[in-house]
Design a protein around this ligand. Structure first.
Ligand SMILES: Nc1nc2c(ncn2[C@@H]2O[C@H](COP(=O)(O)OP(=O)(O)OP(=O)(O)O)[C@@H](O)[C@H]2O)c(=O)[nH]1
Length: 715
């Protein structure tokens, strides 16, 4: 369920959140606006105040400069008059000076001093004839235009009428030259300080008092020469004075000696391009609180207005939010009803379409569609779940069946294992009790198994040979290389070359004795690599028996000579050698004459004895390399080899005959017996035919026997 929520904690309503958010936003906006308005208001107020104060300071500075320059200009103008530059009498000079004083009421005294320092003419004749040579204006005015600092009255003050304000003057002086440029005197205007006070009253309107704007004129050392009551002749130390003394004009917020903060405008008097400047500083100050009072007064109405706006905006936002969220509330109400009903079996109430603004309409439609799809999806899930459960049950049954089969297979496997173990034990017993020696080898010829018979046959115990290479133990060194090669071939061919065959091998046992064994080799393929198993049967005895039997088969038992079979083999080999060596060989066919009579007369034993002695005599009278054999009965064959020519055979036969004619000493008697000899010679180019050669010898013997008849046995 997309609306399901296991724990539904009480959450704040969206209406409340949006209203609170909007109210907070409006409040923040109002606060920011207020802050900005306050900031810019204060900034503008301060700028206006500073401009006003600066204008006053500049106005004062310019006025002071202008008054001094006016006085200097007046001096420049007057000194050009002949009544001043070349006066005949003090009276005519005085008239000019008094006319000038009338035009400028603040000129308290105007005097012309001679070059020797005596006052020649002066307004109202004041100080005429007096020596003023020590005065600054005289000494400086001799050389240039000069404006003196403010100074209290000296001589003049006593001669002028008194007032509330003590007499203070500013002296402006300049030289008076004659036509040759030579100094004739010094003209001086002493200005009453009262003009400055009037100037200040003119500049500071009556409202300035309410605004507490105050103006100061300071000397270079900071002494107040004009200022609010009680401040004159005091010394000021302020940032504005320092800045002004550095030659700049402007305004600054600073603290004064009374502990208050003021906005102070500052400017210096004087103009470097003009002669006779006053070196004063003009400061115009206003308490900071007074200057910024306008801005501060604005703060309260702005705050009130802002608060009002915030309340109004909050109310508006609440109303708007309620209006905007009404469809959403209806929607969430439907959802809550569905949530409340989902645990019961009753059908879930539908999501009603909202007929309101577009987005809510879309949202309600989307939710209704979502709910419809969810119900459809749930139905599908239910069906799927049922199918799944059915499939699981089916699979469970199948698994149970397979588990049973597996269990049976395991039981069978165990039984097979036991059978295998029993078979292995049986096999072990069979191998250990086998008549043959059993050896198992890995592909590298290393011993893997070794039964008791192998221990008996070869002398090594099983534990000693397991893991050892077989060849180094049992094979003679000369055979080892061949054995290793054969084993490699066996491995490559999978044992095809030797398997299922019995091979004979000569081995050494532990004591170094040579053994002939018959080996039956088998190839056993395995998943971990094939192995060879070999059964070894000791055939040493059988071999020697066979050898003796074979020897017996080729020997005539009576005489010990090669029998017919051996003779045929020997004759075949003799013919091959003769052909190869390009030499002749010959066959003697020797037959005793009338031997039957010996048997008949003296018995078979005596006959046998005679045959044995005859055989020995034949053997003794030919070369060792020749072969003597008994063909049958009383017939013997001699094979002669290495014959140079045909006559050599005849010569041998001739030498043999007398030896054969010697008497034979038997047990009971002694007899002399002749023998017929037939000779057949084989030449290298003759056909290789043994029977034919023997036949020729037989026929020759027959002829020889015919020639020798009738012969008798002689005693
Ligand atoms: N004692 C003895 N007699 C043998 C043996 N083998 C054959 N005989 C006999 O030798 C005799 C050979 O007889 P014949 O072939 O007639 O030879 P012969 O008596 O010498 O006659 P001619 O050769 O014609 O002179 C036979 O009586 C055989 O029985 C043997 O091994 N021992």
């Amino acid at each position: 369920m997309i609306f399901a929520s296991p724990t539904r904690a009480r959450r704040p309503r969206l209406t409340m959140l949006i209203t609170a958010g909007l109210a907070a936003a409006v409040l923040l906006a109002v606060l920011v606006t207020l802050g900005l308005v306050n900031h810019y208001t204060r900034q503008n107020t301060e700028r206006d105040a500073r401009e006003h104060l600066q204008q006053l300071s500049w106005q004062m500075r310019d006025t002071l400069n202008r008054v001094v320059q006016t006085a200097i200009n007046d001096i420049k103008l007057v000194r050009e008059l002949p009544q001043i530059s070349h006066p005949h009498t003090p009276e005519e000079a005085r008239k000019v000076l008094e006319a000038l004083q009338k035009s400028s009421p603040d000129y308290a005294w105007i005097g012309l001093a001679r070059a020797d320092g005596k006052v020649y003419a002066a307004t109202q004749s004041t100080l005429e004839g007096q020596d003023i040579s020590t005065r600054n204006w005289f000494n400086h005015g001799r050389e240039r235009y000069y404006a003196s600092d403010y100074h209290p009255t000296t001589l003049l003050g006593k001669k002028l009428p008194g007032g509330t304000d003590p007499w203070r003057f500013v002296d402006v002086a300049g030289p008076v030259p004659d036509a040759d440029g030579k100094l004739r005197g010094v003209l001086c205007v002493q200005m009453n300080w009262g003009w400055v006070r009037r100037l200040v009253q003119t500049m500071l309107p009556s409202t300035s008092g309410q605004k507490e704007v105050e103006l100061f004129v300071l000397r270079a050392d900071g002494t107040v020469i004009l200022g609010p009551q009680g401040t004159e002749e005091t010394v000021v130390r302020s940032t504005s004075l320092t800045l002004a003394r550095n030659g700049t004009a402007g305004s600054v917020r600073e603290s004064w000696g009374d502990g208050k903060t003021y906005l102070t405008a500052y400017a210096n008097t004087g103009n470097s391009e003009e002669p006779g400047n006053l070196d004063w500083t003009v400061l115009v100050r206003q308490p900071d609180a007074v200057a910024m009072a306008g801005a501060d007064a604005l703060q309260r109405p702005i705050l009130l207005l802002g608060g009002l706006l915030a309340v109004l905006a909050a109310l508006l936002s609440m109303l708007l939010t309620r209006r905007l969220l009404a469809p959403l509330n209806a929607l969430s109400g439907d959802i809550q009803k569905r949530l409340a009903a989902q645990d019961s079996s009753a059908p879930l109430p539908p999501i009603a379409p909202v007929e309101s603004f577009h987005e809510a309409q879309v949202l309600s439609q989307a939710l209704a569609e979502l709910v419809r799809k969810e119900e459809s999806h749930l139905d599908s899930l239910r069906n799927l779940n049922e199918r799944l459960e059915s499939t699981v049950a089916q699979r469970t049954r199948e698994i149970a069946g397979k588990a049973m089969l597996l269990e049976r297979a395991l039981a069978q496997e165990q039984s097979t294992q036991m059978l295998l173990q029993e078979r292995a034990a049986e096999l072990r017993a069979i191998l250990d009790n086998a008549y043959d020696a059993f050896i198992a080898l890995d592909p590298g010829g290393v011993v893997l198994d070794w039964n008791r018979q192998a221990e008996k046959l070869l002398g090594w115990r099983r534990a000693e040979v397991i893991g050892q290479p077989l060849a180094s133990m049992v094979l003679p060194p000369l055979l080892r290389r061949a054995y290793e090669r054969d084993m490699r071939q066996l491995a490559e061919s999978g044992g095809d070359t030797v398997l299922n065959r019995r091979i004979e091998l000569t081995l050494h046992n532990r004591a170094g004795q040579e053994l002939t064994v018959e080996v039956a080799l088998a190839y056993v393929p395995r998943s971990t690599g094939h192995l060879f198993i070999a059964f070894l049967h000791d055939i040493s005895e059988r071999k020697s028996l066979f050898a003796s039997m074979e020897a017996m088969a080729l020997r005539d038992t009576l005489t010990g000579l090669p029998n017919r079979r051996a003779l045929l083999v020997a004759l075949n080999e003799a013919i091959q050698r003769a052909n190869r060596l390009r030499q002749n060989c010959a066959v003697f066919f020797v037959d005793l004459d009338r031997f039957k009579q010996i048997n008949d007369r003296y018995g078979h034993e005596e006959g046998d004895e005679l045959l044995r002695q005859f055989a020995a005599r034949l053997r003794d009278n030919v070369r060792k390399t020749d072969t003597v054999g008994r063909l049958a009965g009383d017939e013997f064959v001699v094979i002669l080899e290495n014959l140079q020519d045909d006559s050599a055979a005849q010569e041998t036969a001739d030498k043999l005959r007398p030896a054969l004619l010697q008497p034979f000493r038997l047990k009971t008697t002694s007899v002399t017996l002749g023998a017929s000899i037939g000779i057949a010679v084989h030449h290298p180019d003759d056909p290789h035919d043994i029977e034919m050669l023997l036949g020729r010898a037989d026929r020759a013997m027959y002829q020889d026997k015919q020639l020798g008849k009738p012969q008798r046995i002689r005693r």
